[in-house]
Design a protein around this ligand. Sequence first.
Ligand SMILES: N[C@@H](CCC(=O)N[C@@H](CS)C(=O)NCC(=O)O)C(=O)O
Length: 201
Amino acid sequence: MKLYSSLPSPFGRKVKITAHITGVFNRLDVINIDSADPAAAGKNPNPLNKIPALELESGQLIIDSTVICEYLIKLANRTDLLPECLRIEGLTRIALADGITEAALLMVYEQRFRKQSQMNADWLHRQNQKIKAGLGWFSNHLTEVSSSPTLDQIALAVALGYLDFRFAGEWRVLFTDLALWLTHFDRKVPSYQLTDPQNHH
Ligand SMILES: N[C@@H](CCC(=O)N[C@@H](CS)C(=O)NCC(=O)O)C(=O)O
């Protein structure tokens, strides 16, 4: 199966870590595309030209990182990553972590696609507030990490990793408990390092 992604993509990283943990990474043919490049639209099977996108041998398209992860989890019979009895709670935590990543991406896009004079400071502030409030929520609801993390823990680690990558880890000063949590995650989950965009430059 083909995974369309890119090295810096945080949502792609979420899928790759899940694939490593569930032992199916070697079944993925990873195709790097740059979704900012208009020419990429022709290569991406996702009509929305967003990554990650998974294409099965049958040609079936699977999109949205959580849906792709869930497919891999079921394929590998590793439903412990998203236990059925905690499904709604798990999906809510995933949505919260992904919301942090999305707000960070919107800030990056605002700076990438608009000239300095067109940038909207209020909009950037709104996104930054969402990131801080989301991090505040997680610092009050942290869960212990093992070498076999759950999907919501993977989504949180990826959100924090993206803030490290794009915003020089400024969040670490305000959220020392989350920084410590990420150190534990990093130590216990080798695929976090393997998929770190900063290790590939
Ligand atoms: N909800 C989607 C979000 C995917 C997403 O926003 N991906 C970014 C890259 S990490 C992207 O493709 N951006 C290009 C665009 O929005 O056109 C998911 O979880 O897969």
